[in-house]
Design a protein around this ligand. Sequence first.
Ligand code: SF4
Length: 465
Amino acid sequence: MKVLTGPAAKFGIGTIGGRLAELPTKIKENFNMLVKGDPEIVVHEIISENSVDKVDPYAIRGSYDEIEEFIIRGTRIVLQHPNYGLNLIAEIETYRGCPRAITGGCSFCIEPLYGLPKFRKQKCIVREIEELYSLGVKFFRLGRQPDIFTYRAEGVGNVEYPKPKPEEIEKLFYGIRNVAPNLKTLHIDNVNPGTVANHPKEAREVAKVIVKYHTPGDVAAFGVESVDPVVVKLNNLKVTMEEALRAVEIINEIGAQRGYNGLPELLPGINLLFGLKGETKETYRINFEFLKRIVERSLMIRRINIRQVMVFPATRMWNIGDRVIKRHKRYFKSFKAKVKKEIEPRLLRKLVPKGTVLKEVFTEKHIGEYTYARQVGSYPLILKIPEKLPLHMFTNFAVVDYEHRSAIAIPYPLNVNKAKRKLLELIPNISHNDVLNILKTRPFKSMSQLSLVIKNKDCIKYLSI
Ligand code: SF4
């Protein structure tokens, strides 16, 4: 019996932006059922009935209690993952549904179709992490929920922006650290900037709790989508430009300090979405202005995600489809190019100034003569190292330059007796003469001997013997 679950089964498939298309018949006919509801419930029914005939493919769970046992029993599946024992990160679900369902939610979003949030209990989330940790998983992210700041918040069902309860979030994070004391990554995902802007005091407290228990390099991904007031109104989006800037400021205030792995503790990420109702050429100008103001205020953003809307049936964007996307193709292209040229390089230089040492970076693959490596986390920065290094190792690297959204890095510290000339030349501020002196004199027997041949003493910290 073959059953297809997941987004392709549920919604169909689509291209980068635009309408979703039904699955082609030649894919469909390979399966006995396409699961449109919750896979865990439907699959359980199929196994109990030993047939798909009497099973409703649209069945959904009424509460998390129905599936907590499946979750725990299912944790062992990590042992079959190709990245198990390497850089496998487990995404843990804390809740689904959106508090803004009471106003219909954003025009493009399917989350309100799940209704108001149904939260998982802290003890159940902690139990899942305990189980995964005992199986050897060390990297976790609390994802899936539309806004971790409103986990078990006050006013869900009555107000559009429930008031965060820092004590509920602390109970969750404390519990996780208690059962997984030596975890290597604990990151969050989505945060509604409207929650932060509407409840600055509580949001600061929540951010402090997260910074206390998580691991650095964490990202609060803000689904801003657009700050053009016309688009915000017509699509029932979350924040004005001023509110979004305030939310960015608050997260910076609490999270911008650098953590032990070399990255700031907690930074906002910005998601922008184009192709929405009411969009004009002016929308692109206003959103660029927003990003410019972030940079001019010296605020930090981990990353900007610029997408075109994917239109799902049963959302208010379905009638519009990809009309706006098609009409504004050229504005979208030039907006992306402008952000890449004028905004992202400035953000990246601030995020990881030259010389920043990033710790426990996983070497993932070779392309040409380069090694690509990333820390394990929610939105990790790509490091490009101009040498073929052993793969699947955790190593420290120093940032020496930039390329688009990635940083060029060298191993840290660099073995002065073995390093290739081109890596020595990349050490920040090293002079041509210092490199020549190293090459002429090596092998060095001690750091003091090395110090005699290098004029710029600041470079010595990048080297070892
Ligand atoms: S985008 Fe976020 S705030 Fe808007 S409806 Fe979806 S989950 Fe709710």
